[in-house]
Every structure is written in C-alpha cells, then in structure tokens.
Design a protein around this ligand. Structure first.
Ligand code: C5P
Length: 240
C-alpha cells in the first residue's frame, strides 16, 4: 500500500475531514463500453471531474479513491491526482466503502474524524454544496447527507400498472456526499453490507437520524445511457 505523500501533514489536534470516493463499480446500468467512471465527458474522464470538485474543498484533508483490484486505468485517466488511491474495492458499493474506511484508519484517520463519502459517478458536484454539508453537520452528533425533496408524484408499480400513488410530502432522494464520523460509519457497516446502498441507511439502522441537507437535482448520479449526454452538456455549459 503506498504511503501518504509527504506533502500531506496530519495534525491530530482537531477532527479532520476526509473524502472517500467509491470508484470500483462496473456501471452495469450505464450501457457504457467500460467502467462508467472512465467515460469521457467534456474532455476528461467522468471521475476526473468529480475529484477536481473535491480538490477545491479547502477543508478536506485528503481524498481517498477506492478502485477495483483489477483497475489499470486510474493513473492514466486522472493524471496528477493529488490524493490517496487504494485498490481495495469490494463486490458492492458498501463493501468498497467499508474497505476504504479501513484504509483511512491504517493511514492515520481516527474514529472522531469525519468521512465524506461521495459517489465517483456524481461528477456535477460543486464545492459549494460540499461546504454547505460540512457547515450543516460539523457540530452535529450524527452527521448527514445531501438530498433532494421529491418533486414528482410517485407511483408504486405492480405488473407494469399503477398499484398505488405514494405520498411524497416527506420524501427525499438521497445523494452524496454523506458525512459521518469514521468510527460511527465503521460500526454501522460492520452490521453487514447486504442491501445497503448508502451510508445513511446503515447509520439509521443503528437508531440514528442523519440530517438532510438540501441540494439541487444537478447533483445527479450518472447511471443510465442518457445521463452521459446530459452530464456532458452541463459540464460544457459551466466551462463556457
Ligand atoms: O452502481 P452505482 O452507480 O450505484 O455506484 C455508485 C458508486 O459506487 C460508483 O461511484 C461506483 O463506482 C461505486 N461502486 C464501488 N464498488 C462497487 C460498486 C459500486 O465502489 N462494487
């Protein structure tokens, strides 16, 4: 395992903030040729946009990217990345995150330090949204997540037809980053990662109530074939 670059000094005086980016998926639903994190969008790999946004968040000590053990592309697709890289990805997103927490611990992160877990596939992230999450959670006992209040009317389906209309009034769509203390998140994921699709749900299972911090629709996760074109148009518009 490579050691931390010498330029990253770790002070133990206060809780630090680490970013952890699970990036070991294969993007099954994306229709992309290879892993979706390396799809080219507006001139660079999708994940390079994600990491550039995190690199602009001044309060983050360092970002750890968790890759698949078989990943051979990261260093060429994201040249000059200044954070930490590990090839400890697991079979599911939750396993990749749990393995990443162990790597952070091995590199000196402490239980009271904050970890902001962010999907590699949310490449429209803006540093200001991360700062808003940090501001909202830094003094909180539990932590929280970026999320979007549901705007559309929701339908529950049975056999291709509407089974019921779901009351959307208290519903939010979970996004990332999700910000929790390392020790709490490790404990939450130690309870088993089966069926866990975000950190908050694991923390909820311990009986905690994570804070919801509103974020825009633009922070969507590139998932389906049509999402790549939309993400590229938005990235190009920002560059203009
Ligand atoms: O597949 P999905 O879009 O839900 O993945 C969300 C994030 O989790 C992506 O950044 C993906 O690379 C990551 N992931 C992972 N390890 C897996 C599966 C997904 O790091 N085994």
């Amino acid at each position: 395992m490579p050691l931390a670059p010498a330029s990253i000094s770790i002070s133990r005086a206060t809780s630090r903030l680490f970013a952890l980016v699970p990036c070991a998926g294969i993007g099954e639903r994306s229709g992309a040729q290879g892993p979706k994190q390396y799809a080219s969008l507006a001139g660079r790999a999708l994940v390079a946009h994600t990491l550039a946004a995190l690199a602009s968040v001044r309060r983050l000590t360092v970002t750890l990217v968790v890759l698949s053990p078989s990943d051979t592309q990261f260093e060429t697709q994201v040249p000059g990345f200044g954070g930490w890289v590990s090839r400890d990805g697991g079979a599911t997103r939750a396993e990749s995150v749990a393995n990443g927490l162990a790597v952070l611990g091995a590199r000196g992160a402490l239980d009271q330090d904050w970890v902001l877990v962010h999907d590699a596939a949310r490449c429209l992230l803006r540093p200001a949204w991360v700062d808003a999450l940090i501001d909202a959670c830094i003094d909180d006992a539990v932590g929280g997540l970026l999320a979007l209040p549901v705007a559309d009317t929701l339908k529950a389906e049975r056999c291709g037809r509407v089974h019921a209309t779901v009351d959307r009034r208290a519903l939010w769509q979970a996004q990332t980053p999700q910000m929790f203390r390392l020790g709490l998140l490790r404990e939450a994921l130690a309870g088993g990662t089966a069926g866990i699709t975000d950190e908050a749900s694991a923390v909820e299972a311990l009986g905690h109530a994570p804070k919801l911090v509103a974020a825009p629709l633009e922070n969507f996760k590139v998932t389906y074939p049509g999402d790549f074109e939309l993400a590229e148009q938005l990235l190009k518009a920002r560059a203009r």
